[in-house]
Design a protein around this ligand. Sequence first.
Ligand SMILES: Cc1cc2nc3c(=O)[nH]c(=O)nc-3n(C[C@H](O)[C@H](O)[C@H](O)COP(=O)(O)O)c2cc1C
Length: 348
Amino acid sequence: MEKLKLDGFSLGSAFIEHGLVLSPMAGATDHAFREVCRAHGASLVVSEMVSAKALCYEQLCKKKKAAEISRTAPLAAVSAEELPMSVQLFGSEPEFMAEAAALLESGEYFGCKSTAKPTAIDINMGCPVAKVVSNGEGSALMRDPKLAGRIIRAVCDRVKLPVTVKMRAGWDKDSINAPELAKIAEQSGAAMICVHGRTRAQFYEPSADWNVIADVKKAVSVPVVGNGDIYSAEDARRMIDISGCDGIAVGRGALGNPWIFEEIIAAERGEEYKRPNIAERLKTAIAQTERMCEEKGEYIAVREARKHVSWYITGIRGAAEARHRVNSVETIEEIKKIAEEISASAEE
Ligand SMILES: Cc1cc2nc3c(=O)[nH]c(=O)nc-3n(C[C@H](O)[C@H](O)[C@H](O)COP(=O)(O)O)c2cc1C
């Protein structure tokens, strides 16, 4: 098998080996999942998106008990074990974005649960959700490249950490401007650019256009990370061939399958790859849920873990029925019981 080429790239003082990134996913890339992905070969993980404004406003409420009001700061928590890791900020006001980035860099802010500084600050210019774009945030910034540039410049001027930008191809098919925006981002100080090859109008369907990633790669000299529809090493190979990207960000393809990073690394080394069996997958799902319980408490953790466990059992015989059961579990013991039954029946 021909080897896949992923040399990695530098991001500030960190080296992002293989350039393999866990793409940020709100409601999914929490600390527990990021740690699992790092353990299975992701070389850079990214937090869920964090509202710059909410992080700044939380600072005004210092007199209340942290547990009562600190909803945003925990999303931005960085642990030493998961580095290299970026915290992603979203917002549309340069001042708030810069202030939030400075808080994250200092690690000295109300509600901070970090034990380390992030490797980089990532700026969200791709979120398509109506609630976000109606505030001029996320992918709405692709319609206002000047403001996008001012935000990147303001953040870069305020922090020493590298600043990266995640964008889409453009707003819609008539305004594909990722190459232009990437140039603005580079001129404004961005150290790396991640491109999801879809427009805002497309949300997550149909398939991503990797040619846009190639156009961005030609437009800038900072590392370009390609994103969209990577579910196997073969997909990664095709994306690299088409776009010449320096790294690959995997989102949905890592849900329930953090081993995708190992699969890509194996292809890079020209080695065979064998997907773990269901018992191993469920062991990882449970370890991840236990970690979530430590951090969020069992009540919240188990509810959030339902979807992760469902992703881990994708493709097994009887998955639909198992998923139905998982969707109503209330305790980690129930998850363990279902996992034991699935593993036992898989061995029969
Ligand atoms: C549930 C979900 C949540 C997401 N949240 C974020 C986010 O917080 N920030 C961001 O930049 N992109 C977010 N994305 C987009 C992904 O990072 C990624 O760009 C997109 O899913 C395409 O990559 P994929 O095909 O590998 O999933 C999210 C995607 C999904 C499916």
